[in-house]
Design a protein around this ligand. Sequence first.
Ligand SMILES: CC(C)(COP(=O)(O)OP(=O)(O)OC[C@H]1O[C@@H](n2cnc3c(N)ncnc32)[C@H](O)[C@@H]1OP(=O)(O)O)[C@@H](O)C(=O)NCCC(=O)NCCS
Length: 153
Amino acid sequence: MSLRLTDVTAENLDAVIALPPQPGARSNVAPVVMSLAEAYVTPTAWTRAILDDEQVVGFVMANWDPDNEIESFRAGIWRLNVAEDVQGMGIGAFAVQEVVAEARRRGVERITVLWEPGEDGPEGFYLKQGFVPTGEVLFGEVVGAMDVPPAAS
Ligand SMILES: CC(C)(COP(=O)(O)OP(=O)(O)OC[C@H]1O[C@@H](n2cnc3c(N)ncnc32)[C@H](O)[C@@H]1OP(=O)(O)O)[C@@H](O)C(=O)NCCC(=O)NCCS
């Protein structure tokens, strides 16, 4: 695979919003069209399409909001959607690493993510990426946090 992040643009928008889930479907993550709408009204949101070569294979949204009154919302992953036919191939892990790299560029030392508890959710995935539950539950979701490791020399 040849993975990279790119901005969401007029050219890739259709492919980005075609990622699962579609509006109305049962899922533990929001439809991308909803995430993009939230990003439109959230100036601190950071959205990227995940490409394999020129093909859209996922979407990731982070938020960089150091002044947020809720500590767990100051820096971290808000959404991550990987196309169904390419799940389990390392794309989600790549996206987490790219968010970690962006955090490092911004001088952010700790990032968070919230996930719905339950065996069919992404908990196992986030634990494998190095997030550790803080013990906090926000809006019914588990809060996980990770210290941003220094850049490899
Ligand atoms: C959860 C999700 C983002 C993971 O992305 P992915 O590209 O399929 O995951 P990767 O291939 O990068 O997996 C990395 C590792 O996590 C493991 N993993 C992936 N999904 C997992 C899950 N749901 N539970 C436990 N482990 C999981 C993989 O087996 C792999 O393990 P390895 O390092 O030992 O090989 C993706 O499956 C997805 O989009 N799911 C639906 C939406 C969702 O739940 N999003 C997250 C909510 S914000």
